[in-house]
Design a protein around this ligand. Structure first.
Ligand SMILES: *[C@@H]1O[C@H](CO)[C@@H](O)[C@H](O)[C@H]1NC(C)=O
Ligand SMILES: *[C@@H]1O[C@H](CO)[C@@H](O)[C@H](O)[C@H]1NC(C)=O
Ligand SMILES: *[C@@H]1O[C@H](CO)[C@@H](O)[C@H](O)[C@H]1NC(C)=O
Length: 482
């Protein structure tokens, strides 16, 4: 028995014990006189669900693979952390490892602990991403030579600087074959944004590369997360700049819950959201988030990109559809502020017929879906001609096939004597015909189901009933008196 084989758990809960064991370990390692290992700054810790710890694998020490129960016939997922301010492994790492282990397909989960190189001034840690990338590449090559573990079965998940570490691992590995997959979780921006593909994570680094961008808001010309696409599929939840629930006002909640540690939590909130979105995809199989290919967030916010035709949409996180594309594809989605993050996306399309020629007119309208709080308010500035308006509305729950929409014209008080309240019109009845604004139907497209439904006016004034049937001729009209 070697001194460390009896207990290889090393948890963040007992850091002092952890340091003691590490000391033991490096002493034994020293006595073994393995030169190769001494040069490695990165520690490869196989996650063991037993007691939530890890077991260190030493390059060129085959017996450590056995001791740690590395199973070469299973895939390998390697978690690569980012820049470290306090020199300890952050708690998300253990959450991610546990979530991966809980997946129904068994796998080896290894934490690439490069704290020694990451717990440095930022520019030095940036320089060290290459060193660590090289060591991970060597580790994978050694696995291939020693136990015929194919690199195409390896999936590196790198957060922040760790995303670029993973990229370097992919580009430094020797041989013609590539690593299977790299996932970049809010890949770091400073000193990487705008660099050539060889100097950052890029789609060339693995057979398949995906990235989730969550904190690309600029501050003094810099953003924490990289803005540019770096993968085959680049996801921009909520536009990628900032995340719901991370607003500075929430600092008080965080401090109330976590004490002073809440402050750093708040700073990291949007950055680390990328990690929790990924964990969410592992934990909530029935709540997978769909994201949609779109040029930019403004177009997305109009609901114009909810198409899944020709593989235009994909699943965020672990269960993504892997497809290597010649060009990076930006995908957008909205999320909630908490796990499970999934929301349902709907495009609402309203065609307004304006019978009043000439001048722009002001009435705006609001819509609300009955039984939900989703409101689309102040959506229209002024209505000039015959026009189709399109909006994105998101809901926490699937509204099913049939919904009811309350549609309400918002009349400015001054205009009260010019506009009659709305009425339903039935074209074949004769009556005074005054020009006005007419809405015949509201078209709804559900992103998640790709279903299209039609919402039609009824005689009950401002309600639209939705179904898969086309609307009758009846329409909702706002009359203009003068
Ligand atoms: C390794 O994984 C394979 C596939 O799941 C399994 O059949 C085998 O028993 C595992 N080996 C060990 C030593 O656990
Ligand atoms: C790849 O090969 C080159 C040249 O032999 C060597 O310098 C480099 O360290 C190798 N990379 C890895 C990851 O082993
Ligand atoms: C809108 O279309 C209607 C007929 O559908 C037409 O009578 C009306 O003049 C058009 N309005 C404008 C502003 O073009």
């Amino acid at each position: 028995m070697t001194p460390w084989s009896s207990g290889n758990t090393c948890t963040v809960i007992l850091p002092s014990l952890c340091i003691y064991k590490e000391a033991l370990r490096s002493r034994s390692e020293h006595t073994r006189g393995k030169k190769d290992q001494q040069n490695f700054k990165t520690r490869f810790r196989l996650y063991t669900d037993r007691a939530g710890g890890s077991c260190q694998i030493f390059v060129n020490q085959l017996e450590t693979l056995d001791k740690c129960h590395f199973n070469a016939s299973l895939p390998l997922v390697m978690i690569v952390h980012g820049w470290s301010v306090d020199g300890i492994l952050e708690s998300w790492i253990w959450k991610m490892a546990a979530a991966l282990k809980s997946h129904h397909d068994p796998m080896n989960v290894i934490i690439a602990d490069w704290l020694a190189l990451a717990h440095q001034h930022y520019p030095i840690a940036v320089r060290n991403t290459r060193t660590t990338g090289h060591e991970i590449a060597q580790f994978l090559q050694w696995l291939e030579e020693s136990v015929q573990f194919s690199r195409s079965n390896a999936h590196l998940i790198g957060y922040s600087l760790g995303a670029h570490v993973s990229g370097f691992a992919g580009s430094f590995i020797n041989g013609t074959k590539k690593i299977g997959r790299i996932t970049g979780l809010d890949p770091a921006g400073p000193l990487f944004e705008g660099m050539s593909p060889t100097d950052r994570l890029s789609p060339d680094d693995a057979n398949f590369v995906d990235a989730i961008h969550t904190f690309t808001k600029q501050h003094m010309g810099l953003s924490v997360g990289i803005k540019q696409p770096v993968a085959h599929f680049d996801f921009y939840p909520n536009g990628g700049t900032f995340q719901p629930g991370c607003h500075i006002l929430h600092v008080y909640n965080h401090i109330a819950q976590l004490g002073i540690a809440g402050i750093t939590q708040t700073v990291k909130c949007a950055h680390e959201r990328s990690v929790h979105l990924f964990i969410d995809s592992l934990l909530h199989k029935d709540k997978q988030s769909t994201a949609y290919w779109c040029n930019d967030i403004n177009t997305f916010n109009k609901g114009l990109c909810l198409s899944c035709k020709k593989n235009r949409c994909n699943t965020l996180g672990y269960n993504i559809r892997e497809e290597s594309l010649p060009k990076s594809r930006r995908l957008f989605l909205k999320t909630r502020a908490h796990m499970p993050f999934k929301v349902y996306h709907y495009q609402f399309k309203i065609h307004i017929i304006n019978e009043i020629q000439g001048k722009p007119i002001d009435p705006a309208f609001t819509m609300s879906l009955t039984g939900t709080k989703a409101d689309a308010k102040n959506l229209v500035e002024s209505i000039t001609g015959n026009k189709t308006y399109s909006f994105l509305i998101t809901l926490d729950n699937d509204i099913g096939d049939i919904i009811m929409i309350k549609f309400k014209w918002e009349l400015p008080p001054l205009w009260g004597n010019i506009w009659d309240t709305f009425q339903t019109i039935i074209p074949w009845t004769k009556g005074t015909h005054r020009p006005g604004l007419i809405v015949k139907e509201i078209r709804v497209k559900a992103g998640e189901t790709q279903q299209k439904i039609m919402c039609c006016t009824t005689e009950s004034f401002d309600y639209f009933w939705c179904s898969s049937f086309p609307c009758l001729f009846i329409a909702l009209k706002l009359d203009h008196r003068v």
